[in-house]
Design a protein around this ligand. Structure first.
Ligand SMILES: C[S@@+](CC[C@H](N)C(=O)[O-])C[C@H]1O[C@@H](n2cnc3c(N)ncnc32)[C@H](O)[C@@H]1O
Length: 233
């Protein structure tokens, strides 16, 4: 069963920025840049598992037309409030409830699909990835951000201390929810990373999948394209 983000929606942003010392903002900016690089704006982007909307908004600020979807009504409520503050020069993202594993769009709809820190929470990763690729236009781009454990063995003891002890403590103090922030490091440790995740993208039908380690590999940006000949997967 998917973790219910409704419970932590109102402290999610604060804790995210605190736990990553603000790096999550820079990671999403890099993802938005990877989406728009080489494109004539505007392009149509679907932001899957958009949560409180930070990546959707970063994409809007780069002149994309963005549809954000998520399972959690409370997370979307925060996103809608944030988008209302967006300067009038930008087209506001639209936000709707939808399941990444059954996206309510026809094949080949979007120029790009993004997902920041969402795929780790899918119940069926393969189904979600196939759905994301299905709705992209042929040759369109998929950009995924996901947290991961660093490869460097020298960093592991520090990473483990931080993720297993400090993060759950911060969750307890700030979100009054130790459980959610125990789930977070556990889910990161058990989720495919690097080349293994790239294989998952290729198995779902993507081509030219690559990864870029951000901040010593505690976050990775995966990019891939939909093949030109792909009609339905
Ligand atoms: C860790 S948050 C990430 C939110 C946001 N993308 C960000 O950059 O902070 C994960 C989000 O994935 C959503 N989610 C999990 N499974 C989903 C699914 N199957 N379909 C749509 N959203 C899903 C959750 O509701 C939650 O808002």
């Amino acid at each position: 069963m998917a973790y219910d983000f409704n419970k932590i929606a109102h402290s999610y942003d604060r804790l995210n920025h605190l736990m990553t010392a603000g790096l999550d903002i820079a990671w999403r900016r890099k993802a938005a840049k990877a989406v728009t690089a080489g494109h004539n704006m505007p392009i149509e982007v679907l932001d899957v598992a958009c949560g409180t909307g930070d990546l959707s908004i970063a994409l809007s600020m780069r002149k994309c037309h963005v549809a954000g979807v998520d399972l959690s009504e409370e997370m979307l409520g925060v996103a809608i409030n944030k988008a209302e503050q967006l300067d009038n020069e930008f087209i506001r993202p639209t936000f709707d409830i939808a399941n990444a594993e059954h996206l309510p769009y026809p094949d080949n709809t979007f120029d790009a699909v993004t997902c920041a820190f969402g795929v780790r929470n899918f119940v069926h990763l393969d189904v979600g990835l196939k759905e994301m690729i299905r709705v992209i236009k042929p040759t369109g781009r998929i950009v995924i951000l996901e947290l991961s454990t660093p490869d460097n063995p020298l960093l592991r003891p520090f990473y483990n201390l931080y993720s297993r002890h400090i993060i759950p403590l911060l969750g307890k103090v700030i979100a009054s929810n130790r459980e959610a922030y125990t789930y977070l490091p556990n889910s990161i440790e058990h989720f495919p990373k690097g080349d293994t995740f790239i294989k998952c993208m290729m198995n779902a039908g993507a081509v030219s999948a690559t990864q870029r380690k951000l901040t010593l590999g505690v976050c990775r940006m995966y990019t891939a394209t939909k093949p030109n000949s792909s009609v339905s997967i």
